[in-house]
Design a protein around this ligand. Structure first.
Ligand code: SF4
Length: 1017
C-alpha cells in the first residue's frame, strides 16, 4: 500500500507510531526516503524592499535562472533581509506574501482597450495604445489649453486632463512623471499623499520647517513614553512597531493608546483610552491646558527654541469659534492679520519674560484655558480620569532626561481638521522639549512604501520637487514669484535656509528645460503652469462630475476604491472621454464600467468612456529607490522580468511623451514650446534608465563651481555630480531635479545603495542607504542640546559642540561651525529660527488649532461654540452639501481603517493575504448589536447619505459606546480592503460611505469620522 507523505504525517499525528502502521500493512518507504534539496541552493539573491508600507522592510528575493543569456529568472522565494537595520529579517503578513503578489493571477500581461459602450476588453498593441492615447491627449490639450487668463497673465495650464501618480513606484518614475506632466501644463496632478498624509506636511512644515517624520523607526526604542493616537502602528506598520516594543522591553517605556477602538496596538499597551472619532483637538487642547496649569513645561527649551516670546500683532483675535478675518461670504479667512508685531527693522518684537499679554505664550494659554478636563471629557467621551492619566504621563517627559514620542497616521490626517490635529501634538512636543531629541519627535507613520518620495518630488497639484511651490497666477513674473517664495528672516542671526529658494528653483528649471532655460527667459518661468486654485483629487472629480474634464490617467492608483463617495467617483469617470490606467494589477477603476450588481450597479452600454488598461512592472522587476517614512532613500534591484508585455512605468511615460512631442513637432498645436524645449537627454529617449534619473535628482554642475571658502578650489567641476545642496547656484551653473535629494548620488557613487548597518550610537545607522536632508537621521537635532551646546540628557547624546564645531552620531542639523553663543536657533528652515506654537498666517483655519466637529457630527452641535459647529473654512461643493447626512437620520459614527493582513486594495490580489482575510466585515460594539438585534456573523447593511455596503457583522467588546455631551454615541469600525476585483470574496467598496469633503488646509478627505445607519440585511 502506498501513502503520500502528507497522508503519512496525518496518520502519525493521529497517535499511531510508525511501527504500528507498518504492522498494519502500510509501507510508506517511498515517502520517508524523500530527500529535498536545499530550497535556495541554486538561487540568485537580489535585494529589494517591501513595496507595501513605509516601514520599507528589506527583502531578499530568490530567483532561478542564473543570468545566462537564455535563462529567464523567476522569483520563487522571498524572505526578510537580516541585515536591514529596521526590519532585521522580519516581515509582516503582507511582506511574507510578496511572492503571491508577483505571481498573482490578477497581474496584467497585455495592454487592453475597452471601446465606448462596450462590455469587454480587447487586446491592443503597445504601439496602438500609446499612439491613440497621445492623439486623444493632444486633441484635448489643443482644444482646451489656457495660455493666458482673463487678466492677460500667461498661465499655460491644461485643466481638462488629469494625472494620478503612483505611490509605490520608484522616485525615478515619480520624477519623470513630474517632468512630463508639468511640461504639458497639467495642474490636476496628484498622488496618494492627497488622500493620506498631506496634512502631515502642512502641519509639520508649518511648525518645525520640514514636513517629514522627525525621527526614525529604530529611534523609537530611545523613548521613555510612547503615545499612539490617530494611528494603529501594531496593525498598520507591524515591523516598525517592534521598536516600540523594544523601548518597553529594554528601558521600561510606557505605551499608551488613545483610539476609538481597542485595537491591536492597545492589546500590548500599558493603558488604553477610548475617544470619539473626530474629537482629537479637544483632547490635545486639553493636554496643553493641563501642561500649562500644572507647570509641566520644559521652560528653557520653550523660551529659547519656540516662538513663545514673540509678540503677535493686533490683527489677530479669536472669539466664539471664529478667528479674526473671517469672510462669511466666501467661507474663508483673510489671514493678513495673523502676524507678529514687527519693530522698525522688520524684526518680530519679543518679550523674553513672557509677560506681554500679546506674546504667543499668553495668547496660547488663554486659547486653551477653555479646554478643562470636564470639557474634554464632555466632547471626546473619554473618561476624565483616563484623560488625566495621559496628561500626567506626557507631562513627565518635560524633564530633561525623559523623552516621549508620538506615533500617528491617518487617524489624524483624514479629518476636516487633519492638519490641525497634528499641529496640536507638534505644539505639545515643543512645550515638552521633545523635538530634536533621540526618542522624541512627531513621528508621522507614512502609508505607502514611497509616498514620502512622491511627496518629496512634488507630485501634488500646486507643488514642485523639494517642497517648492508651483507659481500662482498672481505671481505674474519670475521676480515676483521669487520674492514672494523666499522668506526673509524675522529674527536676527537666523540661518533661514529657505532663503536659498532661488538656487533650488533655478537648478530645477535647468533640469526641466536644460539649455533652453536661460537668464534671458527667466529660466523658462512662463512654461510652468500657474494655478488659480488647487486641483486636488476632490476638485478634479468635481470638475469631471460637472463634465469639465475629458481625460484622466491613473498610474498605480485605484480612485474608485481610494476616493470618498465611490458612487460620485464612478459617475464622474463615466463622463470622461478617455481613462488610462497603468498598473501591475487589475483594478476596480479600470473596470468601473462593468456591472457587478449591488457592488457596482452601472449601465455599461451608456458609459461612453474609452478605457486603456496598460500593464506595468512591480517592485521586483525594476531598479530604483523608494523613500521610507524615516526619509531613507533605499535603492533596490531588479530580480526578474515582468509577465507578458508589462513594462516599467518610466518606459511607458517616456514613450507617451515622445509620441506627443512628435505630434507637436510634426503638426504644431497649442503652446508647443514647453514640450519641444523640455530637456530629454536620455541615452535611449524611449527608456530613460533609473540611474540617469537618480543622478538628475542629485544634481550636476553645468560649469565649475568655485568653493567660496577656499579660493582656487571647486565644490564641483563641470559635469560632476554635486556633493550636496550647498553647492547649488542661482545663475544657471547647476541643475538639480530635487534639491533635498542632493547628496544621494555624488561623485562617490550611489549613496542610496549603501548597506553598512554599523550603529554609530543610539541606533543610528548613517551608512545604510541615504536620508534626506544631507543624510541627517534625526531632524532638528541641534535642539537635543541646551543653548550652550551640551546635550539636555547626557544619556541621549546625539550631537554636541566640541569647541570648534558640532559633532556626534548624526549629521548635525545646524551650521556646522556656528558656535552656540550666537543668535542662531535650531529650527533652521523657519525664518524665526524657532518652532512655531503660533502658526502666523500659514494655516487656512487659524494660527492655533481649535476643536470643530466633523462635517457629519453625531451630536449636531459644538459644545465650545454652538454657533460654529464644524470648521468654517471648509470647502464643500454644492452637490456634496446635499449628500451630507445628519445625526437624526444617520445616528452612528463610521470610521475606516486597514488590517495587518492587507494593504489597501492590492493584497486582495495576493492569495496568501486573501486566505488570511477573505471576507468583508464591520466591527460593531456589543451594546449597539444588542439594540439592533444583530448577532455575530449576521450580514448587515451600513448606509450613509451617499450609498450603502453590506458586510458580515463582527460583534465585539473592542468598541464601547461613549457618553458625549449628554448622549450615547456608538461607533462602527469599517475595514477598507474589499472590492469586485481580486482573489478575496467579492465585496463592497468601503469608500461608498465616506463624505466628499477634505481637510481645510490640504483637502485630504474625512474618512475617519462620518455618519452611518445600521440594519440587519
Ligand atoms: S507591509 Fe510594511 S511592515 Fe509589512 S513587511 Fe512590508 S514594509 Fe514591512
Amino acid at each position: 500500500m502506498q501513502v503520500t507523505r502528507r497522508q503519512f504525517f496525518k496518520l502519525t499525528a493521529g497517535g499511531m507510531a510508525g511501527s504500528t502502521i507498518a504492522a498494519l500493512g502500510f509501507t510508506p518507504g517511498q515517502a520517508l526516503a524523500d530527500v529535498r534539496a536545499y530550497k535556495l541552493q541554486r538561487a540568485t539573491e537580489t535585494r529589494n524592499n517591501c513595496p507595501y508600507c513605509s516601514v520599507g522592510c528589506g527583502v531578499l528575493m530568490y530567483s532561478l535562472g542564473d543570468g545566462a543569456k537564455n535563462a529567464i529568472p523567476s522569483i520563487y522565494h522571498i524572505e526578510g533581509d537580516p541585515d536591514h537595520p529596521v526590519s532585521r529579517g522580519s516581515l509582516c503578513p503582507k511582506g511574507a506574501g510578496l511572492v503571491d503578489f508577483i505571481h498573482s493571477a490578477n497581474r496584467l500581461k497585455y495592454p487592453e482597450y475597452r471601446a465606448p459602450g462596450s462590455d469587454k476588453w480587447q487586446r491592443i498593441s503597445w504601439h496602438d495604445a500609446l499612439t491613440r492615447i497621445a492623439g486623444l491627449m493632444k486633441a484635448d490639450r489643443d482644444a482646451n489649453f489656457i495660455e493666458k487668463n482673463t487678466d492677460g497673465v500667461t498661465v499655460n495650464r491644461w485643466l481638462t486632463t488629469g494625472f494620478l501618480a503612483a505611490s509605490a513606484s520608484s522616485n525615478e518614475t515619480g520624477i519623470l512623471t513630474q517632468k512630463v506632466t508639468r511640461s504639458l501644463g497639467i495642474l490636476a496632478l496628484d498622488a496618494q499623499a492627497r488622500v493620506c498624509h498631506a496634512p502631515t506636511v502642512s502641519a509639520l512644515a508649518t511648525t518645525f520647517g520640514r514636513g517629514g517624520m522627525t525621527n526614525t523607526w529604530v529611534d523609537i526604542r530611545n523613548a521613555d513614553f510612547i503615545l499612539v493616537m490617530g494611528g494603529n502602528a501594531a496593525e498598520a506598520h507591524p515591523v516598525g512597531f517592534k521598536w516600540a516594543i523594544e523601548a518597553k522591553r529594554t528601558r521600561g517605556a510606557r505605551l499608551v493608546v488613545v483610539d476609538p477602538r481597542f485595537n491591536r496596538t492597545a492589546a500590548v499597551a500599558d493603558l488604553y483610552v477610548p475617544i470619539r472619532a473626530g474629537s482629537d483637538i479637544a483632547f490635545l487642547g486639553g493636554v496643553i491646558n493641563w501642561l500649562i496649569a500644572n507647570d509641566k513645561i520644559q521652560w528653557e527649551y520653550v523660551k529659547s527654541y519656540t516662538n513663545a516670546s514673540l509678540i503677535v500683532g493686533d490683527g489677530y483675535s479669536f472669539d466664539d469659534g471664529l478667528f479674526s478675518g473671517f469672510d462669511a461670504g466666501h467661507g474663508k479667512y483673510d489671514r493678513s492679520g495673523w502676524q507678529y508685531a514687527l519693530d522698525e527693522n522688520g524684526q518680530a518684537r519679543r518679550d523674553p519674560s513672557l509677560q506681554d499679554p500679546r506674546c504667543v505664550w499668553n495668547l496660547m494659554k488663554a486659547h486653551y484655558s477653555r479646554y478643562t478636563p470636564e470639557v474634554v471629557s464632555n466632547i471626546t467621551g473619554t473618561p476624565k480620569d483616563a484623560f488625566l492619566q495621559v496628561c500626567a504621563m506626557l507631562g513627565a517627559t518635560s524633564a530633561r532626561d525623559k523623552v516621549g514620542t508620538i506615533l500617528y497616521a491617518l487617524g489624524w490626517t483624514q479629518h476636516t481638521t487633519g492638519t490641525q490635529n497634528i499641529r496640536t501634538m507638534a505644539m505639545i512636543q515643543l512645550l515638552l522639549g521633545n523635538i530634536g531629541m533621540p526618542g522624541g519627535g512627531v513621528n508621522a507613520l507614512r502609508g505607502h512604501s514611497n509616498i514620502q518620495g512622491l511627496s518629496d518630488l512634488g507630485l501634488l497639484s500646486t507643488s514642485l520637487p523639494g517642497y517648492l511651490v508651483l507659481p500662482t497666477d498672481k505671481q505674474t513674473d519670475y521676480a515676483t514669484y521669487i520674492s514672494q517664495s523666499t522668506p526673509k528672516p524675522v529674527q536676527a542671526g537666523q540661518l533661514n535656509y529657505w532663503g536659498n529658494t532661488p538656487k533650488f528653483f533655478v537648478s530645477l528649471m535647468k533640469w526641466f528645460w536644460g539649455d533652453n532655460a536661460t537668464a534671458a527667459n527667466n529660466w523658462g518661468f512662463d512654461w510652468l503652469p500657474k494655478w488659480d486654485k488647487s486641483y486636488d483629487v476632490l476638485q478634479a472629480m468635481e470638475l469631471m462630475h460637472q463634465g469639465k474634464m475629458n481625460g484622466y490617467i491613473c498610474q498605480g492608483f485605484n480612485p474608485i476604491a481610494a476616493f470618498p463617495d465611490k458612487n460620485k467617483t464612478v459617475a464622474s469617470l463615466s463622463k470622461l472621454k478617455f481613462l488610462v490606467t497603468i498598473d501591475p494589477l487589475a483594478t476596480e477603476t479600470a473596470a468601473f464600467w462593468q456591472n457587478h450588481g449591488e457592488q457596482n450597479d452601472v449601465d455599461t452600454a451608456s458609459i461612453r468612456t474609452e478605457v486603456f488598461r496598460l500593464p506595468s512592472t512591480c517592485f521586483a522587476e525594476e531598479d530604483g529607490a523608494i523613500v521610507n517614512s524615516s526619509r531613507w532613500l533605499q535603492w533596490h534591484w531588479k530580480g526578474a522580468n515582468p509577465p507578458g508585455e508589462a513594462r516599467p512605468d518610466q518606459e511607458i511615460m517616456a514613450e507617451l511623451f515622445v509620441a506627443l512631442r512628435e505630434l507637436y513637432r510634426k503638426d504644431g498645436g497649442k503652446a508647443p514650446e514647453p514640450i519641444l524645449n523640455l530637456a530629454w537627454p536620455y541615452r535611449d529617449p524611449l527608456n530613460p534608465t533609473p540611474e540617469e534619473l537618480a543622478k538628475e535628482m542629485n544634481g550636476r554642475a553645468l560649469a565649475d563651481i568655485p568653493d567660496p571658502k577656499n579660493p582656487g578650489q571647486f565644490l564641483a567641476k563641470k559635469g560632476e555630480q554635486i556633493p550636496g545642496f550647498a553647492a547649488l547656484q542661482d545663475d544657471g551653473s547647476t541643475m538639480c531635479a530635487c534639491w533635498i535629494f542632493a547628496g544621494s548620488w555624488t561623485q562617490a557613487g550611489n549613496q542610496m545603495a549603501r548597506r553598512d548597518n554599523a550603529d554609530t550610537g543610539l541606533g543610528n545607522t548613517p551608512g545604510w542607504a541615504w536620508a534626506w536632508p544631507a543624510n541627517r537621521r534625526i531632524l532638528y537635532n541641534r535642539a537635543s542640546c541646551d543653548p550652550a551646546g551640551k546635550p539636555w540628557d547626557p544619556a541621549r547624546q546625539l550631537i554636541k559642540w566640541n569647541g570648534e564645531k558640532w559633532v556626534g552620531a548624526d549629521v548635525p542639523d545646524f551650521k556646522i561651525d556656528e558656535a552656540p553663543d550666537t543668535a542662531m536657533s535650531p529650527f533652521i528652515m523657519n525664518n524665526e529660527g524657532v518652532g512655531r506654537l503660533f502658526a502666523v498666517d500659514k494655516m487656512a483655519d487659524g494660527p492655533f488649532p481649535e476643536h470643530y466637529e466633523p462635517m457629519e457630527s453625531p451630536i449636531g452641535t459644538n459644545p465650545l461654540h454652538p454657533k460654529v459647529v464644524s470648521s468654517p473654512a471648509v470647502r464643500l461643493f454644492a452637490d456634496d452639501r446635499a449628500r451630507m447626512g445628519v445625526h437624526t437620520d444617520f445616528p452612528y459614527v463610521g470610521t475606516t481603517y486597514r488590517l495587518t493582513e492587507h494593504f489597501l486594495f492590492w493584497t486582495k490580489n495576493s492569495r496568501l493575504n486573501a486566505i488570511m482575510q477573505p471576507e468583508q466585515f464591520v466591527e460593531i460594539g456589543e451594546a449597539l448589536a444588542k439594540e439592533k438585534g444583530i448577532s455575530q456573523g449576521d450580514t448587515v447593511k451600513l448606509s450613509s447619505k451617499r450609498g450603502f455596503i453590506k458586510a458580515k457583522a463582527v460583534v465585539t467588546r473592542r468598541i464601547k459606546a461613549l457618553q458625549v455631551n449628554g448622549q450615547t454615541v456608538h461607533q462602527i469600525g469599517i475595514p477598507l480592503h474589499w472590492g469586485f476585483e481580486g482573489a478575496t470574496q467579492k465585496g463592497f467598496i468601503t469608500n461608498t460611505l465616506a463624505p466628499f469633503v477634505g481637510d481645510v488646509n490640504t483637502q485630504t478627505p474625512e474618512y475617519k469620522s462620518f455618519l452611518v445607519n445600521l440594519e440587519k440585511a
